[in-house]
Design a protein. Structure first.
Length: 133
């Protein structure tokens, strides 16, 4: 069933109506992260508006400061988080609250490394969300 009110694709088991989730996830992986890495690591371009619903980060060992930024290609200035977050081997929270989370069509999302432990080998952030069509 197409629900024109909610703009969702729904199905029914005969008793209950369910909404099909259009969740998409992708991962930014950074090997040997340093604060001198290019600011625009792992650029992802969106051809339709996209809303981030969750982000989870993890590191091989140690910790690093990171954020995600988006905007037009080559000039991503909008930060997803107000402050940098930590990617750590000991804790890996799932973030669901953001300063900015709706990426406009034709914008690019990039991973930014701000600081890191000397012994860190890699870190990654998995971003999940949905297209707003």
């Amino acid at each position: 069933l197409i629900n024109t009110a909610s703009k969702s694709l729904d199905f029914s088991d005969g008793t209950t109506q369910f909404v099909l989730q259009a969740k998409r996830c992708f991962t930014f992986y950074v090997e040997s992260p340093t604060s001198t890495n290019s600011e625009w690591i792992g650029q992802v371009r969106f051809d339709d508006p996209f809303t981030i619903t969750s982000i989870q980060a993890v590191a091989s060992k140690g910790a690093s400061g990171w954020n995600l930024m988006y905007g037009p290609a080559g000039s991503q200035t909008t930060k997803v988080f107000t402050d940098y977050k930590a990617a750590s081997a000991s804790t890996y929270p799932t973030y669901t609250t953001f300063a900015n989370s709706t990426i406009l069509n034709n914008n690019v999302l990039s991973y930014v490394v701000a600081s890191n432990s000397a012994d860190q080998q890699s870190n990654a952030a998995t971003v999940c969300g949905r297209y707003n069509k």
